[in-house]
Design a protein around this ligand. Structure first.
Ligand SMILES: [Fe+2]
Length: 330
C-alpha cells in the first residue's frame, strides 16, 4: 500500500493541482476475469446494459438512466478495500485492450473489488470486454462540511463534446464509496436546442435538475457498488460533519485518458503525451444565461464568476430552489 508520504509528483495547470503517485513495477498483481464466478444478477432490461457498446448519442439523455446496483462490497473485504493512507490516484490505466488487469503493488489492497468488477464485466460485456481500457481512480481523504471531495455540479463521466467527432463508443463506469455516496438524477434531459460547440451541457444538467426541484434524486447506499453509463447524470454530495471518505471508480473506455494529472502504470509499456485538458478551456456559455447563477459557474467560482478566496471552497448549485436545503433522505 502507498502511504501519504509516498513519492508523488505534483502537476498544476489553470489553478488545478494534481498529485501523481510514483508506482513500483515490482510485485504487481495480475488479475484475470472469471465470469463463471460472478453470481451478481444482470438486469437485462436496464438501458445501461442494453446500450453498452453503442456510440455516444445525445438523444439517449431523453430516457432516464438509473445506475445498476451490484450490491454491497462484502463485509469481509471492506476494511481492506477502503483502507486509509492512499494518495489520490487519478485514471490509472489498469487494463489495455487485449490485456489482463494489472495492479501495482501499492494498490494491491483493491484486488478484491477489481476482481468483482472484472468478473461482472466479463459477463455483461462478454463480446467486447477485451476491446476496452479500464482506468482506476482512488480518492481518499477527509471531507469537511461545506467542501467536496469530488465534483460539485451535475455532470456525466465520458461526455463526448465537440472535440469528439465522430462520436465513439460510450463509457461505462463502476463506482463505490464507503460514505457519502455519489448523488444521481435519473430523469430525462433534453438538449435539442443546445449546440455542443457553444453551450456548457453540465450547467444545463444543473438547470434541468433544478427545474424538477431535484425530485428524481437517487443515492446508493454506502459501500454499494454501482454501474453507470455516460448518460447517468450525477454529482458529489456534501457532508454535515467532518468525514473520512474513500471513493473508487473503474472506468471502461475505448479512448486513451491522456490528461495531465493522470497516474502512470509501470506494469504496461506506453508513453502517451499527457496534455492539460479541462472544460474551462472550451469557453462554453450557459444555454440559459438568466438562470440561477449558482447553476452556471464552475465550482471554484463564486456566483459572480470570481474565484473563491479559499481554494477549497466550492460553489454548490442550487438544485432545490423550492426548498431551503437539499434532502438528506435516501
Ligand atoms: Fe463523475
Amino acid at each position: 500500500m502507498i502511504s501519504e508520504e509516498a513519492c508523488t509528483e505534483e502537476v498544476s495547470y489553470r489553478g488545478k493541482h494534481f498529485t501523481i503517485p510514483s508506482l513500483e513495477s515490482d510485485g504487481g498483481i495480475f488479475i484475470e476475469p472469471h465470469p463463471e464466478n460472478s453470481k451478481i444478477e444482470v438486469p437485462r432490461d436496464s438501458l445501461v446494459i442494453q446500450k453498452l457498446n453503442s456510440t455516444f448519442d445525445l438523444q439517449q439523455f431523453k430516457q432516464e438512466r438509473k445506475p445498476i446496483s451490484l450490491g454491497l462490497i462484502p463485509e469481509d473485504i471492506r476494511s481492506t478495500v477502503f483502507m486509509p493512507g492512499v494518495p489520490r490516484t487519478l485514471d490509472l490505466p489498469i487494463k489495455f485492450p487485449g490485456s489482463n488487469y494489472r495492479l501495482p503493488s501499492e494498490l494491491a489492497h483493491l484486488a478484491g473489488v477489481i476482481q468483482m468488477v472484472a468478473d461482472y464485466e466479463a459477463v455483461v460485456n462478454k463480446d467486447c470486454h477485451d476491446e476496452y481500457y479500464c482506468y482506476l481512480t482512488v480518492d481518499h481523504g477527509l471531507v469537511k462540511p461545506g467542501t467536496l471531495q469530488r465534483e460539485a455540479p451535475c455532470h456525466v463521466d465520458g461526455f463526448q463534446g465537440a472535440r469528439w467527432t465522430p462520436k465513439v463508443r460510450c463509457n461505462h463506469t463502476y463506482c463505490v464509496s464507503d460514505v457519502i455516496p455519489t448523488v444521481y438524477y435519473p430523469q430525462p434531459f433534453d438538449f435539442d436546442l443546445l449546440d455542443e460547440g457553444t453551450h456548457n451541457f453540465f450547467w444545463e444538467m444543473n438547470r434541468q435538475v433544478a427545474t424538477t426541484n431535484s425530485a428524481h434524486v437517487w443515492r446508493p447506499r454506502p459501500c454499494e457498488l454501482t454501474l453507470m453509463d455516460c448518460y447517468c447524470v450525477h454529482r458529489g454530495d456534501e457532508c454535515t460533519a467532518e468525514t473520512l471518505r474513500t471513493f473508487i471508480r473503474l472506468s471502461f473506455e475505448v479512448r486513451i485518458f491522456d490528461r495531465e494529472g493522470n497516474a502512470h502504470n509501470p506494469l504496461f509499456s506506453y508513453d502517451w503525451p499527457m496534455v492539460p485538458r479541462d472544460i474551462e478551456a472550451l469557453n462554453l456559455v450557459p444555454f440559459d444565461p438568466d438562470c440561477d447563477p449558482s447553476l452556471r459557474v464552475f465550482p471554484w467560482q463564486q456566483v459572480s464568476g470570481e474565484p473563491h478566496d479559499d481554494k477549497k471552497t466550492r460553489t454548490k448549485p442550487n438544485l432545490r430552489p423550492q426548498s431551503l436545503s437539499e434532502p438528506g433522505a435516501k
